[in-house]
Write a protein that binds this ligand. Structure first.
Ligand SMILES: C[S@@+](CC[C@H](N)C(=O)[O-])C[C@H]1O[C@@H](n2cnc3c(N)ncnc32)[C@H](O)[C@@H]1O
Length: 351
């Protein structure tokens, strides 16, 4: 069995499938992608099994907006008897050692009881693997994923430590900070983890930097920045949280986010305005191309239909805006766990 397994937000299987087919087609590889079972996961099967080595080398998790996890599948196991750990350990043993062993299920309503079963099953599987002398906490090995569409079958595969989500089921465990003025704060907190490695977070989110937050009210995103000592100009015609303005380095400017210009270039621009995605993409492209900010995190609220095409349109708008400058840029999109009908973008000027 040779395939790619991608976890995604329930309801976004079609976008996730379109995206992986497009990505591998660019590598000269064809195949079919289908939603698995009750949703929340997509299986891509290449036409030729020989393609797997190239897929493992070239498909990048960072470049997939709709995938929460990227698993290279090596087996499918039907589970009929009472012993589930034995047959799975048998199939997984020859691909070890592993850095971690994760038994997972889809993040859907029907997946909830399966996820509860998977959590309980995981230590039994580790025991069964260790009994076969397979290390399950090796430092440089890939992670083993055992994905249960239901408790009667499992897809087995690996994810590479530098090419996948570091969270089980691709879902970050982040605490909601009670001081933050809105739940939206979780999106920016997650975006920092998704787009910036540990060192970049230390370097790029520190005291003394300056940021502009477009569409800031009531202030959940501003809080994430200001809580790290970053001076924030919060642009919104709506009301900001008063405690945020009193206790943190946040200045409220009542203005239209499409008209506002910073007096001096800033380190960050973040944008959570509810607007058409292409208008936001144009605005973000302008901020970076004009040098008004060095980097940007922004949310694109996707339409009900043709969401993948809309995202591609926004990429093209940004590419066109940035092509007018000589500076190299890095652009990534991810549908974060805390995103709903939306994706989050990260654009930064390199060097
Ligand atoms: C989803 S809310 C932002 C929530 C915010 N990120 C937080 O964490 O609390 C969207 C905000 O965008 C603002 N907005 C929409 N269009 C705007 C515009 N053209 N200029 C400025 N703000 C705008 C709205 O007033 C609203 O407060």
């Amino acid at each position: 069995m040779n395939a790619l397994l991608l976890y995604c937000r329930a309801g976004f299987e079609q976008e996730c499938a379109q995206e992986i087919v497009d990505q591998v087609y660019a590598l000269g590889i064809e195949g079919e992608a289908e939603a698995l079972g009750g949703g929340g996961a997509v299986l891509f099967t290449p036409e030729s099994a020989q393609a797997m080595a190239r897929l493992r080398k070239h498909v990048r998790y960072d470049e997939l907006a709709f995938a929460r996890q990227l698993v290279f599948v090596f087996a499918h196991v039907e589970l009929s008897g009472r012993d589930r750990a034995g047959p799975i350990a048998e199939a997984a043993a020859r691909h070890g050692p592993y850095a971690a062993v994760w038994a997972e299920a889809a993040d859907t309503e029907t997946g909830k009881p399966v996820a509860a079963f998977a959590r309980k099953f995981e230590p039994h599987l580790v025991k069964a693997l260790e009994a076969r002398e397979v290390k399950c906490d090796a430092r440089r090995a890939p992670r083993l994923h055992v994905f249960f569409p239901d408790s009667g079958e499992a897809w087995l595969g690996v994810s590479d430590l530098d090419n996948g989500s570091p969270w089980p089921m691709g879902i970050p465990r982040l605490r909601f900070p009670r001081e933050a003025p809105s739940r939206s704060t979780m999106k920016l907190a997650e975006a920092f983890h998704a787009f910036l490695g540990h060192d970049d977070q230390q370097r790029l989110l520190k005291q003394g930097l300056r940021a502009v937050d477009l569409g800031a009210a009531p202030g959940g995103w501003s809080w994430q920045l200001a809580n790290r000592g970053i001076k924030v100009t919060a642009v919104d015609n709506g009301a900001m949280d008063r405690k945020l303005l009193a206790d943190y380095p946040v200045t409220h400017v009542r203005d239209d986010g499409f008209r506002y210009r910073p007096a001096k270039p800033v380190d960050w621009m973040v944008c959570d305005m509810v607007e058409s995605p292409s208008r936001i993409a144009q605005l973000v492209g302008k901020w970076l191309a004009q040098g008004w900010c060095r980097q940007c995190i922004f949310n694109l609220k996707l339409p009900m239909k043709r969401r993948y095409e809309e995202l591609q349109r926004c990429r093209a708008i940004l590419d066109a805006a940035l092509a007018q400058t000589d500076a190299p840029f890095r652009l990534h999109f991810k549908q974060l766990y805390h995103d709903r009908e939306e994706v989050t973008g990260y654009l930064c000027r390199e060097g």
